[in-house]
Design a protein around this ligand. Structure first.
Ligand SMILES: Nc1nc2c(ncn2[C@@H]2O[C@H](COP(=O)(O)OP(=O)(O)OP(=O)(O)O)[C@@H](O)[C@H]2O)c(=O)[nH]1
Ligand SMILES: [Mg+2]
Length: 429
């Protein structure tokens, strides 16, 4: 099964095929942005059309020959295909073209490997890479290890591999254990946030939609926002205060992409749990992108896959400055709840409207009433203060305090359960 792989490098012949069905189709422009994000040099761009996937090379022999000729003419050392190939197709094509072949999944994994900054992020990418490599285990890795840098070879992986599947399995299981440990620590802080009744808003959306730009604007933070795909890999969480609603946490997360490799979704599941645990998702959409409808669909698919499709969503149409009509607007459903708001994050346009929408969405099911606490329940009172849910307080001469609160219904239910509030201690207006 082993065979020598071609070495690869940074001078790339790109290959994109148009399919006449949406399931297979990829976007050629997005492909170029991905290639730029991987810092590759484009030697040539071979395009074509295909009605079906050819089992041997993924494409017809004519197209494979065309790529071979292009590689010879340009002296390129890697061929990047904008589609997901089976390990066999990748191997057949590589043998035919006599040049290293990387498919779309390999390309995305490479970008992730470059971007990963935190310990957890690096472990997650390594796990995804190893799972991808395990189906493509080849003797070539031995000499590739010595040759640093080229696309598809970067990042962790090769050094530990030594073509030995057993070593690979051991490494995968170590990584999984380490990630599990981090996941547990994350759960502890998440439970703490739940107990302190702080609601969470998570920013989700297609890569490059403007999530981090908006996150910085809402939090005053400085996370990296740039015109690159997958600028953000690790989730960042900050607390903010909003008028009418008080304190909440907001999370910036990794961007999604069409046909996001499964290995990546799997290994990023822990990170993506931040998304699943949110009370509200802000789905940031790049409104200036002609193809934004299909990006929206892709985001829905990933949300479904990670089990976050039950969470309330507010769509944020970003980058309206690029469009002719740049007046921010709110769209509501028949119940009057905001479902969409248009803004420009870089122009700081519509941010107040967005904050108003977040408040409305989070309070739509609010609990408004009195809670009476005895002197030993100071902790509950402190929680309500922290949450900024208190409208007024009255203390009687026995030290009992009656607090008028307004808070999301769900938070009241959590408070009631966590603090064992008895039925005669509260009254809803
Ligand atoms: N014209 C315009 N550009 C914007 C706007 N918001 C963000 N951008 C630009 O879009 C690019 C991507 O922004 P990011 O905030 O990094 O996008 P992201 O969604 O966090 O991207 P990933 O982390 O890669 O998923 C940057 O170059 C931003 O300056 C906007 O309202 N208008
Ligand atoms: Mg980002």
């Amino acid at each position: 099964m082993f065979f020598e792989r071609e070495k690869g490098g940074e001078s790339a012949v790109l290959v994109h095929l148009d399919f006449n069905n949406d399931k297979e189709n990829e976007n050629a422009e997005e492909f170029l942005t991905l290639v730029q994000s991987a810092n590759l040099e484009v030697a040539d761009f071979v395009k074509g059309k295909s009605n079906f996937i050819h089992p041997h090379f993924f494409m017809g022999t004519g197209k494979a020959d065309e790529i071979y000729n292009s590689v010879v003419a340009t002296n390129a050392n890697v061929v990047i295909i904008n589609h997901t190939l089976s390990p066999t197709q990748e191997r057949n094509l590589e043998a035919h073209i006599k040049c290293r072949v990387i498919d779309r999944t390999g390309l995305i994994l490479d970008i992730f490997a470059k971007r990963a900054k935190t310990f957890e992020g690096k472990l997650q990418v390594e796990l995804a890479q190893l799972q991808h490599i395990s189906t493509r285990l080849v003797r070539g890795w031995q000499h590739l290890e010595r040759q640093k840098g080229g696309i598809g070879l970067r990042g962790p992986g090769e050094k530990q591999l030594e073509t030995d599947r057993r070593l690979l399995r051991n490494r995968v299981s170590t990584l999984k254990k380490r990630l599990d440990k981090i996941k547990k620590q994350r759960e502890v802080s998440r439970n703490y946030r739940k107990k302190s009744l702080i609601q969470q808003v998570s920013l989700v959306g297609y890569t490059n939609a403007g999530k981090s730009t908006l996150f910085n604007l809402l939090t005053g933070d400085q996370v990296l926002a740039e015109d690159r795909l997958f600028a953000t890999l690790d989730p960042t969480i900050r607390k903010i205060d909003l008028p009418n609603i008080g304190r909440l946490t907001i999370a910036d997360t990794v961007g999604f992409i069409r046909h996001l490799p499964h290995a990546l979704i799997d290994s990023f599941k822990a990170t993506l749990e931040e998304v699943c645990q949110a009370d509200l998702l802000l789905h940031i959409i790049d409104y200036s992108n002609e193809d934004f409808h299909s990006c929206v669909e892709q985001v829905h698919l990933v949300l479904q896959e990670i089990g976050a499709d039950h969470i309330q969503v507010l769509e944020v149409l970003n980058k309206i400055d690029v469009k002719g009509d740049s007046t921010p607007k709110i769209k509501r459903n028949e119940m009057g709840v905001p479902v969409q708001v248009s803004i420009s994050a870089t122009e700081h346009n519509g941010i107040q409207l967005l904050e108003q929408c977040i408040s409305e969405c989070l309070t739509k099911n609010s609990w408004f009433g009195n809670i009476t606490l005895n002197p030993s329940q100071g902790k509950v009172r402190a929680l309500l203060h922290e949450k900024k849910s208190i409208i007024k307080e009255q203390i009687d001469n026995l030290g009992n305090v009656t607090i008028t609160v307004k808070m999301p219904k769900i938070d009241f239910e959590i408070l009631k359960a966590n603090e064992n509030l008895t039925e005669d201690s509260y009254e809803r207006f």
